[in-house]
Design a protein around this ligand. Sequence first.
Ligand SMILES: NC(=O)CC[C@H](N)C(=O)O
Length: 353
Amino acid sequence: MLENGMTFEGTGFGDEHDVLCEVVFNSAMCGYTELLTDPSYAGQGVVMTYPLIGNYGVCYDDAESTKPWLRAFIVHSISGAASNFRCDVDLNTFLKQNGIPGIQGLDTRAITKILRESGTMRGMIAFGDSFDIPAMKKKLDAFTLKSCVPVVSSRESKVYGDGPVKIALVDYGVKSNIIRSLVKRGCTVKCFPYDASFEDLMSFSPDGVMLSNGPGDPKECVKAISELKKLYSYGIPTFAICLGHQLMALSQGFDTYKLKYGHRGINHPVKDLTTNRVYITSQNHGFVVNGETINPSVADIRFISMNDGSIEGLTYKNGKVFSVQFHPEASPGPLDSGFLFDEFMKLIGGSRI
Ligand SMILES: NC(=O)CC[C@H](N)C(=O)O
């Protein structure tokens, strides 16, 4: 059931239990393992526009975190066969083991058209043979999605890699490939929880700071925003991705707003205004920085979406901070914008490539 009262019937899979969620769509044709384990989907029910999902099973090495975080998986049809030599487990079993419900047999492209028309909606998935529709609607109307950042951010201060460049990473719900991308470039990455203070980060004496992706409305991360204000004034090389990008913008007094239906897919074109080159990027965001609120004496717009002109990246005037709304770490998606990690290394002055 969508919050506008429309209902759709399908067949359950995974761990069948009733859930309330925010319903969003993703247009990727592959990469569902990375998507399922991307912590930024916490609280959301993800509708896949591509009709066949699960045909290559789930390979644990492809996971972007320790488990799937989304609230429900909504597909047209889940493959009965998991055909890949790397496959560890089939998709249905993977979701079952991790407590995530799924529904298949829906016209997910029709649902996507509805979401594009009405905007992102809340939804409820219920399992059974008969349904109390008014009771479901009541539950759905009463539901609000609270920030999942505290849930997905790790409290363990893990360290990855042993390279010479020290990076303090703030984990708002980090995807593993951000960490891998840094380790590969000669970094030692220490992870800090979402509510780490500026002083906590500096106690590691980092050469640079990485601000991760993460779920939900950036404005709910009040503490992070005030800590980033201090970080910006201090002026240490900082690279921010997605939620991190939004939080840095908020810390400088810029505003964010919710897009009608978000950007979720692996073929989103963005233009680099400094070179006029267009990159095909991986994206997963519902919120965006409001271009009209950017103070030109604080930051320049570097990247814009070729689909709707929205802000996709900023370069800050202190010469130390840059940020992107899209995912240079890909996983899933094209590696076109991976060079931004090299730019970060250059900014630090510690490139070991
Ligand atoms: N992938 C992300 O970091 C998403 C950022 C934020 N939760 C949004 O939806 O816009």
